[in-house]
Ligand binder design. Sequence first.
Ligand code: ZN
Length: 127
Amino acid sequence: MPQSCAAWGCTNHRTVENRSRGITFHKFPKNKELRRQWEVALRREGFSASESSVLCNEHFKPEDFDMTGQIVRIRDGAKPSIFSFPPHLQRPVATRKTEASRKAEESWSVDCSQIFQEIEPPLPNVV
Ligand SMILES: [Zn+2]
């Protein structure tokens, strides 16, 4: 069975077809704190990432990717931030943030609903 994206409502599987569409899959960080932040960002109750848990690139902002190497990586410290949550999960989650990350999010989340519709997933060169 192919690996599938752990995000809410996302049905992307790790298949050759998706790969050719430019969808990349990324494992959860090994760093415990960062991994926890990803789990919180998913908003899936009781979810804890396993060694094989992955998220697809549709949940990350273009600037979260490091495309300088041979393979597309998520930058150190980047977190998934683009999800289509069901209505009961669409509420702000109180998380402790640094001033820098809060400012970064403010400039990003001007109008989330608009961004969800207009954002184009990046099409990195997957090797
Ligand atoms: Zn996904």
